[in-house]
Design a protein around this ligand. Structure first.
Ligand SMILES: [Zn+2]
Length: 181
């Protein structure tokens, strides 16, 4: 292999805007396509990154293609999903989609909050009181919210919850689940 003896100045050219640029931080953004290294200047990267400013995300643990699912809402009104995701230590990976690391980190933060909230909503206590003079369900969530719902039996022996009791949807769903068990 021939050694290059003299030093050569390499100008960095952005593959997107074709401008010569100076690298910002300590590194360079690049992609390798067909063996070519394509550089992206900080301005173009930022422009791309800004398109992916995440404002909200909804998660679901019912798997789609074997993965838990997420729907991502971007500031520019775009919605991605529901798509499968992989939870990494510091970020969320969306296989098959190229999105900036800043967005992936933000989605991870949202996931933490989402699942913490879900945990708080879970019923820690569920008690069915069915005596001669009292019929009610007592439920308490991990967050400490308590609910007492009267019920009676219908003509086919089915339980009918007092329709006047106001319950959050997530509590009602869990009660229905328990009643089926
Ligand atoms: Zn550029």
């Amino acid at each position: 292999m021939m050694q290059q003896k003299h030093k050569t100045w390499l100008e960095l050219e952005c593959s997107e805007c074709q401008k010569v640029f100076m690298p910002k931080n300590q590194g360079l953004w690049y992609r390798v396509i067909d063996g070519n290294i394509l550089l992206t200047c900080p301005a173009c990267y930022e422009k791309w990154e800004n398109q992916f400013e995440v404002v909200n995300a909804e998660f679901s643990d019912s798997p789609g293609y074997g993965l838990p699912m997420v729907t991502i809402y971007f500031k520019n009104g775009q919605v991605l999903g529901p798509v499968g995701y992989l939870a990494e230590q510091t970020h969320i990976e969306i296989p098959g989609y190229e999105i900036p690391m800043s967005a992936k980190i933000k989605i991870k933060e949202l996931a933490r909050v989402f699942w913490q909230e879900k945990e708080k909503q879970k019923l820690k206590t569920f008690r069915l009181v069915d005596t001669f003079d009292e019929q009610y369900i007592y439920a308490e969530t991990n967050a400490g919210d308590q609910y007492k719902i009267r019920f009676k039996y219908g003509r086919y022996g089915e339980m009918i919850l007092d329709p006047n009791t106001k319950l959050p949807e997530y509590v009602l769903r869990q009660i229905e689940q328990k009643m089926r068990e």
